[in-house]
Design a protein around this ligand. Structure first.
Ligand code: SAH
Ligand code: SF4
Ligand code: F3S
Length: 478
């Protein structure tokens, strides 16, 4: 009997955060295991999966325009199966099935069923949907177990088989989930509604997964959670926090660097985590600590449970315990009621914080969130745009200054691969490709070298810098 999915190929595209990318890697691994081939060419694909994000309207618009394109393709290829997975699938559920292009809708908690959903759709030519009806209810044990099994089976890929499909898509690196969901309910945020309640995975499962990844050549593991610093797991008498996870993971041979994202500004466990960073050579001195705003009035309206002053105290504590720590931030401009004065406070905070880099977003109302229900989106689009540009400009000057300190210094870099956008004006040598990598503290370094270095540690001497990038020359191959 001919295998029903042999010779069939799937294409998968990720539109979201690291969590979303990790899910993409898990789904890809599961489908390959089931016998599907992978392709990045839609003309060759029998199944197209879109892993979606709902965090801002723009993220959803990109998905809708991708679906529009697929609808057009399906006019001449009606057999093409299109699946929408991830946060937007959870948010919109069966409304998505009304879209002409869509055959499958699968929420983040249902990804263990993805192979089944696809084969059913292919076989029975019918639409399928699987999302959690009451996402904020504690999930059943069988559902949690199914997610755990899926994660531990497919979170590990054989590097020998395929270098380009390791869990982060970058050789030598992997994302490992420490926590699922979020309970924080920042008033603007959709994540608690699409990812469900906050739970910490068992440390034994996480450590086992990291050991297997190390065995397959992974050198950098990034632990993931929406508030990863609040990781807490109790087993019998013992309670584990993120600092314990870092310590246990540090003992694993082969793992050289450990990072974790994203942290929420609060005192609980903060000092322990910083101390672990200071004491454990493998724990990278990097902290992503979004502040969102510098105005206490806006922070309160966002349900962020700190003031700008308390936030700065946390940064001071971080720098006291880990003197060379690199700190990244997130900010939102144009939250309802944000006045020019509130915005100036954000600028002041950015100036004081001296971030390595910042991600800046324009507030986007998300249906069902408290901010959307109770507050009017009353900052005009052009004001949001202007504040975004202004804040970015302030940060870019700081980044450029911090980057200049690297001039003529040697840095250790984990090579990711060829630079996607070669910087032609930076002395690019056409005989060897331009590679991109990152330091332990997440600074981006661009230099020329052989592609075979992807996934390896090298030393580079920095010869030029810009606000976003360090440019260097390969010195030694460690
Ligand atoms: N859990 C992380 C990240 C969540 S989403 C945290 O708490 O920091 C990533 C970033 O998207 C957030 O830090 C925030 O700056 C931004 N964001 C979230 N919801 C948004 C919205 N409705 N509009 C604009 N930006 C948003
Ligand atoms: Fe969203 Fe806040 Fe949770 Fe982050 S901590 S995921 S911003 S609700
Ligand atoms: Fe991530 Fe977007 Fe979902 S930020 S958790 S993919 S809403």
């Amino acid at each position: 009997m001919k295998c029903e999915i042999c010779d069939l190929k799937f294409l998968i595209k990720s539109y979201g955060c690291q969590m979303n990318k990790l899910d993409t890697a898990l789904v890809s691994a599961a489908l390959k295991d089931a016998g599907f081939g992978i392709t990045d060419n839609v003309k060759e694909a029998d199944v197209v999966l879109i892993n979606t994000c709902s965090v801002r309207q723009h993220a959803e618009q990109r998905v809708l325009s991708h679906l529009g394109h697929l609808k057009h393709i399906k006019k001449s290829r009606p057999g093409l199966v299109v699946g929408v997975i991830g946060c937007m699938a959870q948010r919109l559920g069966d409304k998505l099935l009304e879209h002409e292009a869509v055959n499958i809708v699968c929420g983040p908690a249902q990804i263990p069923q993805i192979t089944k959903l696809i084969t059913e759709t292919l076989r029975e030519k019918k639409e399928t949907i699987s999302v959690t009806k009451k996402i904020r209810q504690r999930s059943s044990e069988s559902q949690t177990q199914a997610l755990e099994d899926f994660e531990s089976t497919y979170g590990i890929e054989d590097r020998q088989v395929s270098q380009d499909t390791l869990p982060t898509g970058v050789p030598g690196q992997a994302f490992v989930r420490a926590m699922r969901g979020c309970n924080n309910f920042c008033t603007y945020c959709i994540v608690p509604f699409v990812r469900g309640p906050e739970t910490s995975r068992a440390p034994a499962a996480i450590i086992e997964q990291i050991k297997r990844l190390a065995g397959q050549g992974v050198k950098l593991v990034t632990l993931l959670g929406q508030r990863v610093n609040s990781y807490k797991y109790t087993a019998g008498e013992k309670s584990y926090c993120l600092a314990d996870l870092l310590e246990m993971a540090s003992e694993i041979d082969g793992i050289e660097w450990l990072r974790f994202v994203t942290s929420y500004p609060c005192e609980e466990f903060f000092n322990d985590i910083l101390q672990a960073m200071a004491d454990l050579p493998k724990a990278c001195n990097y902290l992503h600590l979004p502040a969102q705003s510098g105005s206490d009035k806006i922070l309160r309206a966002m349900n962020r449970r700190y003031t700008a002053g308390e936030y700065l105290e946390l940064l001071a504590e971080a720098r006291a315990v880990v003197p060379d720590i690199a700190i990244a931030g997130d900010f939102m401009v144009g939250f309802p009621g944000e006045t020019e004065d509130d915005f100036q406070r954000t600028i002041e905070l950015v100036k004081k914080a001296k971030y390595k880099n910042c991600f800046i977003f324009k507030y986007s109302p998300r249906p069902g969130t408290t901010a959307d229900k109770r507050l009017e989106d009353n900052v005009p689009a052009e004001v949001k745009k202007r504040r975004n540009i202004e804040l970015l400009d302030v940060q870019n000057k700081i980044s450029a200054e911090l980057n200049r300190e690297f001039l003529n210094k040697e840095v250790k870099v984990l090579v990711e691969g060829p630079s996607k956008k070669p910087h032609l004006n930076r002395g690019n040598d056409e005989n060897s490709p331009q590679l991109v990598g990152r330091t332990a503290t997440d600074y981006i370094v661009v230099f020329n070298g052989p592609v075979s270095l992807a996934g390896e540690f090298v030393e580079a001497k920095i010869t030029q810098t810009s606000a976003l990038t360090l440019f260097g020359k390969l010195t030694t191959n460690t």
